[in-house]
Design a protein around this ligand. Sequence first.
Ligand code: NAD
Ligand code: DAU
Length: 360
Amino acid sequence: MKTILVTGGAGFIGCNLVRLLVDQPSVRVVNFDLLTYAASYRSIADLDGRDNYCFIRGDIRDADALARAFTEHRPTAVIHLAAESHVDRSIAGPGVFVETNVVGSYNLLEQARCYWNELDAGRREAFRLIGVSTDEVYGSLGDQGAFLESTPYDPSSPYSASKAGADHLVRAYHRTYGLPTIVTNCSNNYGPYQFPEKLIPLMIIRGLAGEPLPVYGKGENVRDWLYVSDHCQALWRVLQNGQPGRTYNIGGGQEMKNIDVVYALCDLLEAFRPAAQNAALRGKSSYRELISFVTDRPGHDFRYAIDASRIQSELGWQPEQSFTSGLQQTVRWYLDNDAWLQHILSGDYRRWIEQNYAQR
Ligand code: NAD
Ligand code: DAU
């Protein structure tokens, strides 16, 4: 039986990953998440009651809470996703990014090391800690090229700098203490349960509400998009077959200019809920008319592109979804899951958490 401690398992990627893991034979999942503004308990509520799953509301900045989780649940592996994840928030207030992403990751590594040191030889050998990170640590590309695992770190935002700090610690714990850690660096994810501050869900909800669609600068910045379930499958492969001390880039090879992503979303909204039938769009003949070019993000990285050949050749991973199929499924999911969205937009999700978890 594998017991996998997942940090951040109530967030966007985390809740998709936890769903994948609980369906694997002989896997038990311990979901350790603070339920910050970025998490809705509704994303994971249906997992309650499964006998191979448990949830802990805990803070990775709290070393004692992490120590208790290791002692009580004795994980065979850790997948570390808990983080402050939104670049614009890191520009407005970097402090919590350093506290969570750097200090929280240090706490996790340190508690993992104390626990791992006490394991017998077989369990020490089999133990894994995956640090889930981002392509943003590599900085910005020009028109050509792609990030390799050997690309030097050159982060631009407080978010990516804090993730870079965490990655360095994850690698240092392998080199210095022998802790079997692996770092993954993934490109932009999209799909179900993404918090509606990120580009794709934000454009969907604002479009449906007939509100302006804010595109930073000229919309020419490029991101390399990956459907979230493909990322989760990659992490599962890395956990099973990845080599300790190694780094794996993960990306879909689906580069798009932001403006083209927004056009594609407008066209899907038009197909699923035509502007002429949406009262919120009165006076507008199409969703594209809502696009509004706004002031650019400071330090906005121009282009990201991932060279994922290592994970493809060494671990046999390939993305299943194209950007076209993934985007269609995503828009459909948001249209079909209005209750999940409204729970967030109304603020009820915060009230629910405070009523059910009177903590800190
Ligand atoms: P998210 O913001 O949706 O979720 C983050 C989760 O972490 C939330 O559930 C939140 O409650 C939890 N959390 C935050 N602070 C915590 C703390 N102090 N203690 C415990 N839990 C805490 O993020 P996401 O988009 O799902 O990203 C997950 C991870 O993957 C992050 O580490 C992020 O850097 C990385 N990543 C994200 C993307 C992407 O496109 N979203 C791409 C590559 C890598
Ligand atoms: O590359 C991986 C990273 O992708 C992850 O590490 C981050 O956690 C995740 O948030 C994401 O970062 P981005 O900054 O690329 O994602 P975001 O959705 O915020 O923005 C995507 C692009 O769209 C970016 O170029 C900025 C632009 N944008 C974003 C928003 C929110 C807009 O033009 N308008 C917007 O309103």
